[in-house]
Write a protein that binds this ligand. Sequence first.
Ligand SMILES: [Zn+2]
Length: 281
Amino acid sequence: MKVSFDFDDTLDQDGVWQYALQLIDRGVDVWVVTARLTDEEVEEEYGTVINGKMNIPFYAGNDDIYEMLEALGIPKDHIVFTSLGPKGNFFNENSDFEWHLDDAPKQLWDIRNKSSVTPISVLNPHWKEKCEDILRRADKQHYLKEWYIKDLEPYNYDYKDYGVFENPNNLAIGWLDDPNFPKGKTPPGFLKKLKKIKSVNRHKGSHTCPFCGDAEGSAIHGIKQGKITYVYPSLLRHYIKEHNYLPPQEFIDVVMSGDFIEARPNPLRRGPRKIVIKRNR
Ligand SMILES: [Zn+2]
């Protein structure tokens, strides 16, 4: 995930650079997009050479940016200078940023008009909540896209919302972003039995088949036998039908036996379900 900060009166402010540091620690790709001139342009515009040294009157160049980036651990190629120009052009061509934080209303307006990147004003007292909100949503989709758990490994989920799932014996079935999944033939009637099992919930984001891109599923299913709950995505039938995936025998046996409890959402919970996915590795 990529985000971007303006420098002057944004990233150079306490609170903002601390937040940038947190993001970096969390693995977010942090960039700086500033309307300043590049070093070369500064030299060309304002530089005079005095005693063999570059002297730049009233304009200190960009050393303060470089210092800050070094302190934060942001690589130098993560700075973009728009040279007094509007930032919307840059974000129009680089739309893979989740948001850009800035204090200049004109720049924010320009970004909103020209690009799909969300501009956030640092002058808004809730700027950090807005940033986090977008990251949370993006993160969820990111995880769903790259979601992969080996069969029969624990399915780590935030179980609070899913009454039936509140036990440590939830095992993953068919969370297949890895192409090296087991292949083979399932017994006759298996897919038909699988079709009857209702889903537990619908995710807000959806999961596209990573192998053909032609199928989408947004729900998860769970079946419980004894202490074990097997948790699988709604794409499972697609994986079996179209990609010849063979689930583990113990799962096949449970489905074929018909002797299981379908996991249901916690009926006590109201409102939108918050999903927090913790990756296993
Ligand atoms: Zn597919």
